[in-house]
Design a protein around this ligand. Structure first.
Ligand code: AMP
Ligand code: MG
Length: 313
């Protein structure tokens, strides 16, 4: 995929691709991002597939301003002050996710928190505005490679699954955003150092703790783990036993079973994973038996997630 110059026509093509659930590469002031509609689980699954990540790490959703951020997260006054000072800009805020946010659970990797950033780059802002949805966008590189600071890097690294690569030259900062979490009770934790210095964050927010530091106050809002069903999970189950709910893949299961993907499409399966686990959990079944999922492509991340859900309770 060849990068294209940014103009009204290429921006509209990129926005249309995003609205259809496809992926585009967009310049931001930090690094180039691989962007898709954060509210569309299939688009989010395509992002993980394109990056070749072996796990569903949570993605940053890009919005225009504090107002939009408040639709997705519960922002403590400290989080609001940080946004007012540093947005638009290279600060990502992680905060408790609102139950009525339409950002896909897959974009948050099943965490009760959501990561939000209002980028400053005019092209990123134009795309977010034209698409009309928050854009989930990790760096536009294959997993394990360097973050791309030029459109050609993204083009070399990513395949034909990208609809449009918008080329706006090199990224002004060339460094990832600083990721800071602000819990419901206002505890500020550094999750990733980046383009905005810690001292600048502290000048607004007061002391910033390191993730996992022993002196960090426990913060009930942020330390919750990934979503795990109440039911026990039985993995690699080719049939459902008596009283078990069944999560199928490919071949249909017994009546009442849900099928992650009758077509054996791992992107569709990833898109359905959280919603279907919740639906089966809500039936009150003690055990959810899950069909074997192949370990190729996104199957690796799906299996990783299922193994954690099976162990983490
Ligand atoms: P990248 O996708 O490469 O830009 O990295 C995103 C960073 O934000 C990673 O360090 C993630 O761990 C962090 N992050 C994103 N979403 C969340 C979330 N919901 N909760 C905690 N950390 C997050
Ligand atoms: Mg990255």
């Amino acid at each position: 995929m060849k990068p294209v110059a940014v103009n009204a026509a290429s921006l509209e093509r990129a926005a249309a691709a995003v609205r259809e659930g496809n992926l585009v590469v967009m310049p931001t002031e930090t690094v180039y991002g691989l962007a898709g509609d954060a509210t569309n689980p299939a688009a989010v699954a395509r992002i993980y597939a394109a990056k070749g990540r072996p796990k569903f790490n949570p993605l940053i959703s890009h919005i225009l301003d504090l107002n939009q951020a408040e639709r997705h997260a519960h922002l403590h006054p400290v989080a609001r002050s940080l946004a007012e000072r540093f947005w638009p800009g290279a600060l990502t805020l992680v905060a408790p996710r609102r139950a009525d946010s339409d950002i896909a659970e897959l974009a948050c990797a099943g965490l009760p928190s959501v990561a939000l950033r209002a980028p400053a780059h005019p092209v990123a802002r134009a795309l977010i505005g034209a698409a009309g949805v928050p854009l989930a966008a990790p760096s536009a590189n294959r997993s394990g490679r360097l973050s791309p600071t030029h459109a050609s890097h993204a083009a070399e690294d990513l395949g034909e699954e990208i609809s449009v690569i918008l080329d706006a030259g090199s990224c002004p900062l060339g460094l990832e955003s600083t990721v800071v979490s602000v819990s419901a009770d206002g505890v500020v934790t550094m999750l990733r150092p980046g383009a905005i210095a810690r001292a600048d964050i502290e000048s607004v927010a007061g002391p910033v703790f390191d993730a996992g530091a022993s002196n960090a106050p426990t913060s009930p809002g942020m330390m919750e783990s990934h979503y795990a069903p109440r039911a026990r999970l039985r993995l690699n189950a080719t049939t459902a036993g008596a009283g078990e709910s069944y999560l199928a893949f490919g071949a249909a299961g017994p009546p009442g079973a849900l099928n992650l993907s009758p077509q054996r499409d791992l992107i569709e399966a990833a898109a359905n994973l959280f919603a279907f686990l919740r639906q089966l959990d809500a039936t009150g079944a003690k055990v959810i038996a899950v069909a074997p999922i192949p370990r190729e492509g996104l199957g690796e991340a799906i299996n990783d997630r299922l193994a954690r859900a099976a162990a983490g309770r």
